[in-house]
Design a protein around this ligand. Structure first.
Ligand code: ZN
Length: 408
């Protein structure tokens, strides 16, 4: 049995309002065994001094696309499944170094299942990487945000989009996702900014289709994540029984209230909006996004402030893949700039995300939890940007990064 003792200057345990001081964490075989001022140190244990760091549960990014490269989506989509999986592995490892020990991947554009293969290889220990929870594909209506056909001349027939156009097709699509081993069902009920031919302000499922999707997922025991935009589309997703609203670009106060009452989580992907705004101002935003984003930018920022001011549970998610993974860590500051307290931003990436994922073993530092642990100089509760300087990463008890020993 391999054991490690972490001597921690300060600990954010994932839930408490304040940092604990001068605590020790005993880790054995990938699990946190004891947290106390002094733990019993097994004779063979490795002892690591993190006395000048703040220690936190490993971060959870609940919205990534490891196999999508927005800057090169057309050509990248045509790549083989193996290429996507191998590239995704390299990206996932890089992301782990920033402190992201768990990611929820919300869809690949591929006829096969590169993200599930990656998930399985990491979970079985064949390769090292962050824990992956995944929806293999994006179930979309024809011409909807998940229909990548809009990027190609019509003569192309590439089976990379999971399309469905009535209740029976929707049910079949969910059943396929279940059969191939997806953890979540991902769908879209409004357009997006980057995809051509659709509009985030327009709802793209009929109520009976969205109901059929959620009912089928519920019957199969799968939670539903919905890319959504228009205020009406946000409310449709909540009424139908979605577990998480992704982006919720144009949600209104009533929608935020409905989400809070129904216990629906909101993953507002705020850093991406900041980068899109910057690109709009610089004149570098993709052509097909310009008319939609310039029309909606103010409303998106208003909606983000409403989400921050409301009582709905907010979960950290970035949509990395749609913009560089190196920028994902900036979501913490984006959340705080929109009005979240640093504590709420940190719980969004730890215990609240774990609650959404129904993973009681993640997002907390306490006995019985997975030993996914990060550390950083400074105090993220007084300056959230400390999260951008993580220099110690432990994933399932294995030390991935430790700058003091040159593992950087
Ligand atoms: Zn996405």
């Amino acid at each position: 049995m391999s054991s490690t003792v972490l001597k921690c200057g300060k600990i954010f345990d994932g839930e408490s309002q304040t940092l604990l001081s001068d605590q020790e964490i005993l880790v054995s075989d990938g699990t946190i065994v004891e947290v106390a001022a002094t733990v019993n140190v097994p004779s063979e244990a490795t002892v690591i001094d993190l006395g000048d760091r703040t220690v936190s549960p490993g971060f959870i990014d609940a919205h990534v696309h490891l196999t999508m490269d927005a800057a090169n989506l057309q050509m990248q989509t045509l790549g083989s499944t193996a290429t996507k999986a191998l590239t995704g592995l390299s990206i996932a490892r890089g992301y782990l170094n920033h402190g992201f020990t768990t990611v929820r991947d919300l869809g690949a554009m591929d006829p096969e299942t590169p993200t599930l293969d990656l998930r399985n290889a990491i979970a079985s220990g064949q390769v090292t990487g962050p824990r992956i929870i995944a929806a293999a594909h994006i179930i979309s209506p024809t011409g909807g945000h998940g229909d990548i056909g809009g990027f190609y001349p019509t003569r192309w027939d590439i089976p990379v989009s999971a399309l469905a156009d009535d209740r029976a097709e929707v049910r079949a699509a969910v059943r396929r996702e279940h059969a191939i081993g997806s953890d979540w069902v991902k769908t879209v009920n409004a357009g997006g900014y980057f995809s051509p031919g659709d509009d985030p302000a327009v709802c793209t499922w009929f109520d009976d289709e969205m109901d059929a999707l959620c009912q089928t997922a519920r019957q199969l025991g799968m939670p539903v994540a919905v890319h959504t935009g228009a205020a009406d589309a946000c409310k449709q997703a909540i009424r139908s029984g979605a577990r998480s609203l992704e982006h919720a670009y144009l949600i209104d106060e009533e929608g935020v209230r409905m989400a809070a009452e129904a216990g629906v989580f909101i993953v507002p992907t705020m850093q991406m909006t900041q980068e899109d705004l910057q690109q709009l101002n610089d004149g570098t935003l993709a052509d097909q996004a310009v008319w939609k984003f310039s029309r909606d930018a103010e409303q998106i920022l208003d909606s983000q402030r409403m989400v921050a001011a409301g009582d709905a549970d907010i979960v950290f998610g970035t949509d990395c893949g749609m913009f560089p993974f190196d920028h994902g860590i900036k979501e913490f500051s984006a959340l705080v700039n929109a009005g979240l307290t640093p504590l709420r931003a940190l719980t969004a990436a730890t215990s609240t995300a774990a609650r959404m994922l129904e993973r009681e073993d993640l997002g907390r530092i306490r006995p019985g939890a997975a030993a996914d642990i990060v550390a950083m100089p400074g105090n993220p509760l007084s300056d959230i940007s400390a999260t951008e300087h993580v220099d110690f990463v432990m994933s399932r008890g294995e030390i991935i990064r430790h700058s003091d020993t040159g593992r950087d």
